[in-house]
Design a protein. Structure first.
Ligand SMILES: [Zn+2]
Length: 314
């Protein structure tokens, strides 16, 4: 018996499922601060706390998710394609790797035929989240970029955005309709502001799970260019910075207040700020360059706060 163990290459490896789960739990807990993932953009959680204080928000939310998520699940199973170990296993594997890195469960991933470049996550309190990726986005991303997109969606799950975002998007899309009746214009603006802040958190999850940090920047670059087929997008960051400055100088930037995502330009520079944050290298120490100057999470959040502030872009 002793001899067999010596010859077995797995003999010294702990293959117990219990220990695997425990190790994953420990990794996840090591990156939590006061119950919040250490990479989260502080503004994301601050604004969400304010939204939760809106009267009737929770009761409205429950009603919306109960019907809407059931409809979406039905739609995906009828019209989309469920990704799994035997169906688009490469995409499934990306989901596995991102979930493992962040310490969350493997999400249900669906591919939906649609030429638009988009991906989103929907969830209710009592269902596991569904990540939906449109075929138009898959066609235009490299595999490494697609992994960043899936990581971004896993970031929504990891930060408990999925239920919250499903509700907020439904309220925002109904505008001043039946769901908007209970909300003031200020509260609707607060929700838009939160959704923009939440995207910054999830772009950080994409960097944490990326093979190369540039892949995450390229995803946002392709959201700008449409990822022209047959062309490799090469981003010139100086030119992009000049372009961003032009938008910040233009008073009509105020219209961005109606957007649920920050502009992809702002997102690239928020990602670059996180690429200099010490938190990223807690997750990915192997990516840290020697003598590299890194900044605290607080300093990084301050830079990002300026980047997402539409009213005052000084
Ligand atoms: Zn997102």
């Amino acid at each position: 018996m002793e001899q067999i163990e010596k010859r077995n290459p797995l003999a010294n490896i702990d293959t117990s499922f219990f220990h695997y789960v425990e190790r994953r739990k420990n990794v996840a807990q090591a990156h939590m601060e006061n119950g919040i993932p250490d990479y989260a953009f502080a503004l994301d959680y601050e604004l969400r706390a304010k939204i939760l204080k809106i009267p009737h928000f929770y009761s409205i939310s429950k009603k919306i998710t109960e019907t809407m998520v059931a409809q979406e699940m039905q739609k995906m199973n009828q019209e989309g394609l469920a990704v799994g170990p035997n169906q688009y296993p490469d995409i499934y594997q990306m989901g596995v790797e991102c979930a493992k890195r962040l310490g969350i469960g493997i999400p249900n991933i669906y591919v939906l035929g649609n030429p638009n470049m988009n991906a989103y996550t929907i969830a209710a309190d009592d269902t596991s989240p569904m990540v939906v990726i449109l075929s138009g986005l898959i066609e235009r991303m490299t595999p490494a970029e697609l992994k960043c997109v899936i990581a971004h969606e896993c970031g929504h799950i990891h930060n408990n955005h999925a239920v919250f975002k499903t509700v907020v998007n439904a309220i925002l899309s109904s505008g001043s309709g039946i769901l908007g009746f209970a909300l003031t214009a200020a509260n609707l603006a607060l929700m838009q502001f939160w959704t923009r802040a939440g995207e910054i958190t999830c772009d950080r999850a994409a960097l944490i799970c990326s093979d190369h940090l540039e892949d995450a920047y390229c995803v946002n670059g392709k959201l700008l260019s449409g990822g022209i087929l047959g062309r490799n997008d090469e981003l010139n960051y100086e030119a992009l910075r000049s372009q961003l400055d032009l938008t910040l100088d233009n008073p009509s930037r105020i219209y961005e207040i109606n957007s649920d995502h920050p502009s992809a330009l702002r997102r690239i520079f928020a990602e670059m700020a996180f690429a200099e944050c010490e938190v990223l290298y807690r997750w990915r120490p192997e990516l840290k360059q020697p003598d590299m100057q890194v900044y605290s999470r607080k300093e990084t959040d301050e830079k990002c706060q300026k980047l997402v502030n539409i009213l005052d872009n000084k």
